[in-house]
Design a protein around this ligand. Structure first.
Ligand SMILES: *Cc1c(COP(=O)(O)O)cnc(C)c1O
Length: 413
């Protein structure tokens, strides 16, 4: 590795660990060995084949199942006005942006979406990226662009933020999850010669909890550091009018990042902040400059979804109520359910193989709840990650809860 990352492994427990053979010369054949190691550890990943049959229902690897795995929390990817907007945009503008926005110009639809996002978040300006992942790469590499800069990350921040740090020359350290005193100790060591960024998820994607944003705002102000919040999972769902976890905490970070790919049911990422920040990113954010813009259909869909999210508040009320019902029922059945008030219901089972077995058992009974294992979560904290959508029916949830409870009785030690 080029730089020190303190004494810590790069991203979460097990993130950089190889199952075997680290010291040996690793020829092309070593892939097979490494995959076999993953399989033996219960950590092999593969992509399931999914054929959608209707809202939240699909054939998963050939088996019909109700899906509890998507981040489409408000069900907007299937909203008639969202679908219609995407279709119209393709008909009018074609299927592709055809070049980087800095080369082939920015379509008027982008400007409209960016104005709507800035207004939604109560910020001066917004900038849309191809994905949330790329927005994170762009923001962190543009703002932490020198060796003098320092980036402090929550241990459970999203992988894209860790990847962004790997692309930045800045010094990176992580603090224990939501541990304010640890962060403050680090900040008290004083600013470096450059910028100090404190970068946190608003809602943590695998634990479904919310960062202590008010305290982080205070701590960063006191230390003249930047507060950067990635609110991929809060946007559209939490806070007044669904404006996200920062609005729920009644504050503005220095930089807020979001995605169009979760509650907004489309594809893309975005950054909101001051006009000068956006102008700076247009000049310095390489993932924006060197990659093709979003297709007009995705932009039009996101814009329609944003309007639908604001016009139909029942969607966020419904998804939060469903999640609360699931949490209560699963905890009552003896599962360790992480507390929270988001559509993400993490059911921690610990053992990697048990998580996979539970997920498989549920799928056999027509309910798909994915197993999440290291390195997405720390080793030994494997879980089922159940996510709710506003358009899950009561019956679908009841069936899922029954299947999950039955699987636990049968498989848990
Ligand atoms: C999903 C996610 C991203 C990536 O967003 P995409 O638009 O899917 O690339 C970034 N940050 C967090 C916290 C996420 O959960």
């Amino acid at each position: 590795m080029r730089r020190a990352h303190g004494d810590e492994r790069f991203h979460r427990d097990g993130g950089g660990r190889r199952p075997s053979g680290r010291a040996r010369v690793r020829g092309p054949g070593s892939f097979r060995e490494e995959l076999e190691g993953l399989r033996q550890a219960g950590l092999l990943r593969r992509m399931r084949r999914v054929e959608h049959l209707g809202p939240n229902v699909a054939r998963v690897d050939g088996r019909p199942a109700i899906l509890f795995a998507s981040n489409d929390y408000l069900g907007l990817s299937r909203h008639p006005r969202v679908v219609e907007a995407a279709a119209q945009a393709v008909a009018l503008h074609g299927a592709s942006a055809t070049a980087s926005r800095l080369v082939n110009g920015t379509h008027a639809l982008y400007a409209e979406l960016e104005e709507a996002l800035a207004a939604f978040k109560g910020a001066q300006a917004a900038l849309v990226f191809a994905t949330g992942y790329m927005a994170n790469l762009g923001v962190v590499t543009a703002l932490a662009s020198s060796r003098e800069d320092l980036v402090l990350l929550d241990r459970l921040d999203h992988a894209s933020l860790y990847d962004a740090c790997a692309m930045s020359p800045a010094k990176t350290t992580r603090y224990p999850h939501c541990d304010l005193p640890a962060l403050e100790r680090r900040l008290a060591e004083g600013p470096g010669a450059g910028r100090t960024l404190v970068v946190t998820d608003g809602v943590f994607s695998m634990d479904g909890d919310v960062a202590p944003l008010a305290e982080l705002r205070e701590a960063t102000r006191a230390a003249s550091a930047w507060l950067v919040v990635d609110d991929a999972h809060g946007t559209g769902v939490l806070g007044p009018r669904g404006r996200g976890s920062c609005a729920a905490a009644g504050l503005h970070p220095d930089v807020e990042i979001g995605t169009l790919s979760k509650a907004l049911g489309s594809l893309g990422g975005f950054v909101v902040g001051d006009r000068a920040l956006v102008d700076y990113l247009v000049n310095r954010a390489r993932p924006l400059i060197f990659s093709t813009g979003l297709p007009p259909s995705a932009v039009a869909a996101a814009l329609a979804a944003l309007r639908a999210a604001e016009a139909e508040p029942w969607r966020r009320e419904r998804v939060l109520a469903l999640a609360a019902r699931a949490r209560a029922a699963l905890a009552a059945a003896g599962y360790e359910v992480l507390p929270g008030k988001t559509p993400i219901v993490p059911i921690v089972v610990g053992d990697e193989r048990l998580a996979s077995a539970l997920s498989e058992a549920c799928l056999e009974r027509g309910v798909f709840v994915p197993a999440i294992r290291t390195p997405s979560v720390p080793a030994g904290r494997a879980r089922l990650r159940m996510t709710l959508c506003a358009d899950h029916t009561d019956g679908q949830l009841e069936q899922a809860l029954a299947v999950l409870c039955e699987a636990r009785e049968r498989l848990s030690p």
